[in-house]
Design a binder for this molecule. Structure first.
Ligand code: GUN
Length: 286
């Protein structure tokens, strides 16, 4: 029997806790604030940014969306980041990816104050994650949300074989670090991996983040494994599907996240959770 992991339900729970935290901070005169910067008109990015803004406002936060033209220069973007770095009403800064090609993305990531790095992509925060550094720092929201899902369903990574397919900064690398820190034995696979499907079959926990629709099918899954599908792909009919072929995986996997309704709702809920934490931490003396 396969248990379908209900990302919407867990996200609701996370959002309820965030709303409570926002109310508590309000008592101390703090309103958590997020600034989302979007460069250009990529339709998928526009939808994500709109959803983030709506959710932040709904949870009682201060939310700013800064829409910039596709022709924005590196210097202009850096100057806007500097503006939010010194704006006390903003606790989290997010520059929506992908960026136009005249923008040097790593330098943009580096320009965000690590204490306002709501994505957790700054090398300081990534380094802390890799070293399992003690204390408070932001961690990339999609992989962190996946860890929340595992915990909610009583799936302890300790001692398990985990395979992460995808090595991006947004998902694959921080996911591998989180699973390692949680005592899983982790293999990171990618487009150059030989015999990917045989490797996938060794996984007790399989995280798939490739952007390739239906790359993984039931035949590539170890019976009883936990399958986490980070894909948001379109099939030939334009329907939203995952990197995992849900129909053939069902009945083989022990646990599986659906697309939509699995990882997606957790990413935004975790982003809101992180924003509130950054606001809380900003008030702590060091
Ligand atoms: N584009 C797709 N996912 C993300 C994300 O998590 N953060 C940012 N900044 N851009 C994205």
């Amino acid at each position: 029997m396969t248990t379908i992991i209900d990302g919407k339900a867990v996200a609701k729970k996370v959002n309820a806790a965030t709303q409570t935290a926002v109310a508590e901070l309000e008592q101390q005169g703090i309103k958590p604030g997020i600034a989302v910067i979007i460069v250009g008109e990529d339709p998928a990015s526009q939808i994500y940014v709109r959803n983030k803004n709506r959710k932040a406002t709904k949870l009682g936060m201060h939310s700013v969306v800064r829409q910039l033209p596709v022709t924005t220069t590196q210097a202009e973007l850096l100057s806007i980041i500097a503006e939010y770095n010194s704006d006390a009403s903003i606790h989290g800064i997010l520059v929506q990816s992908p960026l136009p090609k005249q923008i040097n993305e790593p330098l943009i990531t580096m320009a965000i104050d690590p204490k306002k790095d709501v994505d957790g992509f700054h090398p300081t925060n990534m380094g802390k994650l890799i070293t399992n550094f003690p204390g408070n720092y932001p961690v990339a929201n999609t992989p962190r949300g996946i860890m929340t899902l595992l915990a909610e369903y009583g799936i302890d990574p300790a001692g398990k074989q985990a395979v992460v397919i995808g090595r991006s900064t947004i998902v694959g690398k921080p996911m591998a670090a989180l699973l390692t820190n949680a005592n899983a034995t982790v293999t990171v696979a990618h487009s150059r991996t030989k015999d990917l499907k045989a490797l996938a079959r060794t996984a007790d926990i399989l995280v798939v983040a490739t952007g390739i629709a239906h790359l993984i099918t039931g035949a590539d899954i170890k019976p009883g494994a936990t399958v986490i599908d980070v894909g948001m792909d379109r099939d030939a009919d334009g329907k939203l599907v995952g990197d995992v072929d849900f129909d053939s995986a069902q009945g083989v996997a022990g646990f599986i996240t659906p697309v939509p309704g699995g990882v997606g709702p957790m990413t935004i809920a975790t982003l809101m959770q992180t924003t509130v934490e950054l606001a809380k931490w900003s008030d702590l003396s060091e």
